[in-house]
Write a protein that binds this ligand. Sequence first.
Ligand code: F6P
Ligand code: MG
Length: 478
Amino acid sequence: YDPKVPLSNTSDPTSFAWTSARERWPVILTGAIDDLHKAVSKEQDPERQEEGKKITAGLATLKYELQHNRQLTPLQDDGGSDIAAYNKELEQRGNPKWHDVAWLYAECYLYRRMATLFALSKHWKHYDVFSKQKMSTFRSSRPAVLELAARYNDLTKQLQSDQSALGSASEEERETAEKLLFVEMCEICLWGNATDLSLLTNLSYDDIQKLQGKDARKANEDKIIVNNFPAAFASLKKSKNAGAKERRVDIVLDNAGFELFVDLILAGYLLQAGLATNIVLHPKNIPWFVSDVIPKDFSDLLNVLVGAKDFYETPSEEDKAKGVTPPKLSDKETSDLQALFQNWSSLYAEGKIVLRPNVFWTEGGSYWRLPQTAPSLYEDLKESELVIFKGDLNYRKLTGDAMWDPATPFTEAIGPMGPGSGVRVLALRTCKADVVVGLAKGEDEKLRALEGGGGDSGARKWAWSGKWAVVSFCDGKA
Ligand code: F6P
Ligand code: MG
């Protein structure tokens, strides 16, 4: 159930897979080891300490094997229902080495293997080595968070007062206004994906802020090189007009922190605008690709909003080192965050927003396999009006992470998830990997010719940085 086109492989020196296996993953593992080491050294209980040390050693072994290009070893059985399939695939792939293995499989294996170390422990089962990093980056998103909280609350009021501003507008004018708003909310949600932590291993405060906020979005509109927002809007609008009682929208989540924040902005907007009647969010079960959402990140985010003053005004370790005190939140900012919390928690309490984890999302294969290997999840997604896949990894999984000609239609590259699948797919992705499809002929060449785009090197470097985005839609119900 995989594409026939060759897959991205860590042995290809022109690929981002190459750089990932040799440079990025060791850095990520080092970060995980440091985090755990700190946590272990704060531990009082000798048994916990001992066990923590063992896990640290396991992570160090993994890093050693990776850096010395050893074979990937079978995963230890930690009781997970996905272990057998990981190991079977490893064997089918001929027990590959780290520097010559399908990128997608190897990267999933990496995080799954880390998870086995924790799952097999007694005291560290639920420990997330990436949690602190997720939180501290979220803290750095403060200006954009405050801006968006204010915008969301204004919008909520406007939508609740039945769009009084549009009271005398014609049906056509209303629809145009509605569409503009939809696109704005989706763009917010799209660019929120630019700040994921697995790629930007050392992002500064300034970098983060440059990627967020209204001005950044305006400036970036021409960076969306495939833009199917109109088709996505049209399909939601059509279902709304058809008057079906239940119209569900799903979001296959990507990163925690700021991206989850903007996903909830979009979710709340869709509900309040009547473009959806309920939202299903799909998180991961285990810490994944550094910053991906696990259920605890969702509650952590709500807790931040409740305790916003504390969260934003208490100096972090970094602040202390620099001798700076974070500015106080104004009364308006505090009440904006409170209002947002109220709004989201009531949507959650009413069951209009639900979280629905599934082991499928952290399996080693692509979404080409979904109908075969996760039939009940597949049936469930068919119930949805629109399934929004966030981010780079979800896009790689939709397209099988294969080396498609970039002019291949998206509908073809997603294989079994394409036309006739019964699933309506919308991918919101900032490009952070080699695979890209749905481009106009010649577009890839044009982008390669730009500064830093890769030129004649054979590498599609423009697609690695998160600076360009694709918004691809496929109506699998058509
Ligand atoms: O391509 C680099 C990378 O870090 C991949 O590991 C992964 O596909 C992706 O970016 C993570 O980004 P996102 O959080 O958008 O899925
Ligand atoms: Mg991610």
